[in-house]
Ligand binder design. Structure first.
Ligand code: EPU
Length: 343
């Protein structure tokens, strides 16, 4: 039996802390309940929710909201120092990282403290501090929303890119991800695992911590850095980076450099570089800015925040002002990373 709630406030379920109501809300916590729910709504469009960490709710949601809450972590294979870990979609990502560290399973320690759930991590190929989900991703199980057929998608099938995957493109709205399988290194079996510490801020933080380098201390370094500049959504509503770092042509970058010689860049390929949106927004004068309760974080201009009672529309309005200002000043169009719901 599935339990359906009517006029359900989603405020506690989205990390922006925006008050918006679901006309109908259900939270399947097992695969069987999920199948039952999808079967019940098969003729209707549904709205799928995971950890609520990458969405801006602009209005109440008229479609039935299905909140995927499936739990469970299981070792499905152990071979040659690798463990294939199956993680159900509703597991919290950061708790999974902590679990893996405790189990001496290496691979996702740089991804500590990323909000959201395991099942939604593939959608935008979460990444931070030199590691992306795709580096450890093996496969995921999906259910086709129309046919209710179950399928397994491989690493290649998912077509991961920077904050991008098949789930944001040709497969958008087609599947619900019910579990992911990660291929992790078992440190009880393998001695020569190379940790990724080359991201600038990490080295500095590890030096300050001045202890032995382990996956646990590396995760702690990431936690220290993230907590120093990203707001804790439990204290102040936010969705992490609101914008993607734009990828621009090298010639355009060189042009901009003539006027703004300090603009940082990261290599992408022969023709393109990525530039930090946070830098562009900061230099456009928006860091710490506030329009009512909609604001820009004072320690990281890439993050928009809800100081209390902001509506999704107020935050969207601020984001548009930022996009315009960056466009006017640098000629660069920055795109939102957060999903705008019901725009
Ligand atoms: N910067 C400023 N002012 C700011 C913010 C940044 O000048 O207000 C400059 C920094 O000094 C640095 C550059 O911009 O030179 C880049 O900043 P940072 O290293 O903080 O990383 P980011 O590019 O802003 C990206 C990810 C983050 C991820 C970090 C670390 C995107 C959109 N964001 O941020 O991801 O944690 O790198 O790997 O790619 C997220 O997706 O929610 C997220 C937080």
């Amino acid at each position: 039996m599935i339990e359906i709630h009517h006029n359900y406030n989603l405020k506690e379920l989205n990390t922006f802390g925006i008050s918006a109501f679901a006309k109908a809300y259900t939270a399947p916590s097992s695969r069987q309940q999920l199948m039952e729910t999808l079967g019940y709504y098969v003729a209707e469009d549904i709205f799928l929710m995971g950890g609520g960490s990458n969405m801006l709710l602009l209005d109440d949601i008229q479609k039935p909201v299905v909140h995927v809450c499936l739990k469970g972590i299981e070792r499905v294979e152990e071979k040659d120092g690798k463990v294939l870990l199956k993680v159900m979609a509703g597991e919290n990502w950061h708790e999974l990282v902590m679990y893996c560290i405790d189990q001496q399973l290496a691979g996702i320690e740089n991804l500590a403290l990323i909000p959201g759930n395991a099942g939604t991590a593939p959608i935008q190929n979460i990444g931070a501090y030199g590691v992306e989900l795709k580096d450890v991703f093996h496969s995921c199980e999906v259910i086709d929303l129309k046919s209710l057929e179950c399928k397994k998608l491989s690493l290649e099938d998912c077509k991961f890119g920077y904050r991008d995957s098949i789930f944001k493109n040709e497969a958008k709205g087609r599947y619900v991800i019910s579990s992911v399988q990660l291929e992790l290194t078992d440190l009880t079996q393998v001695e020569n695992y190379t940790m990724k510490t080359d991201y600038g801020a990490i080295k500095q933080e590890l030096d300050i911590m001045d202890g032995e380098l382990t996956i646990s201390s590396l995760a702690q370094a990431v936690i220290n850095i993230r907590s120093s500049k990203l707001p804790d959504p439990k204290v102040i509503g936010n969705s992490g980076s609101f914008f993607k770092n734009p990828i621009i042509k090298k010639e355009k970058y060189e042009d901009i450099l003539r006027m703004h010689p300090q603009l940082p860049s990261y290599p992408v390929d022969e023709m393109h570089v990525k530039v930090p949106a946070g830098w562009l927004i900061d230099r456009s004068g928006f860091k710490g800015k506030r329009n009512g309760d909609a604001g820009v974080h004072d320690k990281q201009a890439l993050v928009l925040v809800n100081h209390g009672k902001a509506t999704g529309k107020e935050i969207l309005e601020l984001s548009k002002q930022i996009q315009q200002a960056v466009k006017d000043r640098y000629g660069i169009q920055i795109e939102t990373e957060v999903n705008l719901i019901n725009e």
